[in-house]
Design a binder for this molecule. Structure first.
Ligand SMILES: [Zn+2]
Length: 271
């Protein structure tokens, strides 16, 4: 229950806002850079071979940049570091998806049910350090929750661990992608540590992917695609589907296609 003091305080802040509105000149900052209609981010999870084999070349062909959420302990990151570095040099964002991708799904190993808080923090910290060292960058990182789970540990610890998870993420990342309701993100309603995506993409062709993005165009909001494999690996779309989507975005410069972290930075600077 709110105390009288709390009511007085909210009233005081309302007054401050009202007087600021009366005295400051009207300043309008564009919703998106260069007054573009909407924003789209293409994000690719897990740090897998098909990202290097197919996604990098398709992005380059269409002059687009994307975000790669890399699980640094899954193999392809260690084995193909020069190619990942080149993706970053080409303007793409490489970001944190933990070391071993622990999550609560029964069919995925390692199971995050077996994790202590210290183990889970190490997953996020060690991946962040590896990315920063490899990319020789002091730019902040973003994060994506493995399997979209926002907690870990035994069922009875999940509520407390959810709060710890957010602490660890906020320590090593300035924004995080969650698994969303499928709706685009309104920049005035941004939850920076749980940015929702446009929903499942596995097996979809270009028309279905475009249909997922259209609500973002219509509402002038931000649509965040979450992809996994392309032409292989898992939960895949075909290279042709990605190529058509990338060609569409290239033909529509009124849509701002940018890495996940760049869009968050713009939103925060705009405010
Ligand atoms: Zn993943």
């Amino acid at each position: 229950m709110k105390t009288i003091a709390a009511y007085a305080l909210s009233f005081a802040s309302l007054c401050a806002v009202a007087s600021a509105q009366n005295s400051s000149p009207a300043v309008t900052v564009a919703r998106w850079p260069q007054d573009r209609l909407a924003a789209i981010s293409l994000t690719f999870d897990d740090g897998i071979n098909t990202h290097l084999d197919f996604v990098g070349p398709i992005l380059k062909k269409h002059h687009l940049n994307a975000t790669f959420f890399v699980a640094t302990g899954m193999g392809p990151w260690e084995k193909r570091k020069p190619e990942w570095k080149q993706l970053a040099l080409d303007g793409n964002e490489l970001a944190n998806h933990t070391v071993h991708h622990p999550c609560l799904l029964e069919q995925i190993t390692p199971h995050s049910q077996d994790y202590t808080p210290a183990m889970f923090e190490a997953e996020i910290r060690d991946a962040a350090l590896d990315l920063a060292t490899t990319l020789n960058s002091s730019r902040g990182l973003t994060f994506a929750y493995p399997c979209g789970n926002m907690s870990f540990g035994k069922p009875q610890d999940e509520v407390a661990n959810a709060a710890l998870y957010l602490c660890y993420v906020s320590e090593y990342a300035f924004a995080a992608r969650a698994v969303g309701s499928g709706a685009p993100v309104n920049p005035d309603d941004l939850n920076v540590l749980a940015v929702g995506d446009l929903g499942p993409t596995a097996g979809k062709g270009f028309p279905a992917l475009l249909a997922q993005a259209e609500p973002a165009f219509a509402s002038h909001n931000w649509g965040v695609f979450c992809f996994h494999g392309v032409g292989g690996d898992w939960l895949a779309i075909t290279p042709e589907a990605l190529d058509e989507l990338a060609a569409y975005l290239e033909r529509h410069p009124d849509i701002w296609t940018a890495p996940f972290g760049d869009v968050v930075r713009y939103m925060q600077e705009r405010k």
